[in-house]
Design a protein. Structure first.
Length: 239
């Protein structure tokens, strides 16, 4: 069976997220997806809800010295920000370590060389990655191909409108965690999607300020950032 998965979604448990897991599942299912990985910032999803005909994959997005790292199919906390320790913990849990949006902020692929041997894949489509570097996803796809790493796709959704804007297609025997993990490890993968509006990045930053009790100056900086995002949506994105 063909399986369509958004492998990078944030819930309300991220500082900049607003969606419940139930809302994520409903939105993704309505948009033709079979599953989604909930990857909150430095917080593993340990209580995994079950839904009819829809799979929630427990995940985490770890901030490391090589950028953000997705841990898929995690079963316990990942309490480190060191890349090598995080990968070791993820693999010890039977999970998959996937480098997230590696060229969102830099075109320098050489900086990632020490990470390559330990990775299970690279996020080659992220619907938010091209806000600053317009070909960030193309660079990620080229990097994955050269390094012979499996391609993954996800929306990086923080807002309801973004769910499903990035996804991974594969073939699996069943819609279960075990079968989907096997398909992602061994099957043919295709990553696709469309860009999210820059405004949603601004919206999630506003959410973060609200949740963390930011000071007035932080909101002033946000207003400038939001204006820039709106201009990007109107006139297009560049470097």
């Amino acid at each position: 069976m063909e399986i369509k998965l958004d492998l990078h979604v944030h819930s309300q448990h991220s500082p900049d997220g607003i969606m419940t897991i139930e809302e994520i599942a409903a939105l993704a299912k309505a948009r033709g997806l079979n599953g989604a990985a909930v990857c909150d910032h430095d917080l593993a999803l340990l209580n995994v809800p079950e839904f009819d005909d829809f799979l929630i994959i427990p995940g985490i997005e770890v901030s490391t010295q090589f950028g953000h790292l997705l841990g898929l199919f995690v079963t316990a906390p990942v309490e480190t920000r060191d890349f090598f320790e995080a990968v070791e913990i993820i693999h010890a849990q039977g999970g998959m370590a996937v480098l997230a949006h590696p060229f969102e902020h830099s075109r320098d692929g050489s900086r990632l060389a020490p990470a390559v041997p330990l990775l299970d894949g690279v996020e080659v489509w992220n619907s938010r990655a091209e806000r600053k570097i317009h070909d960030a996803n193309r660079l990620a796809a080229s990097f994955a191909q050269v390094c012979r790493l499996r391609p993954f796709g996800g929306s990086d959704a923080h807002c309801p409108q973004e769910v499903g804007n990035g996804f991974t297609l594969t073939e699996g025997e069943a819609l279960t965690l075990a079968a989907v993990k096997a398909a992602l490890r061994e099957g043919n993968l295709r990553a696709q999607g469309r860009r999210s509006r820059a405004w949603y990045a601004a919206r999630s930053q506003l959410t973060k300020r609200s949740k963390t009790g930011a000071r007035p100056l932080s909101y002033a900086k946000w207003a400038a950032f939001a204006a820039k995002c709106c201009l990007q949506d109107i006139f297009g994105r560049g470097d």
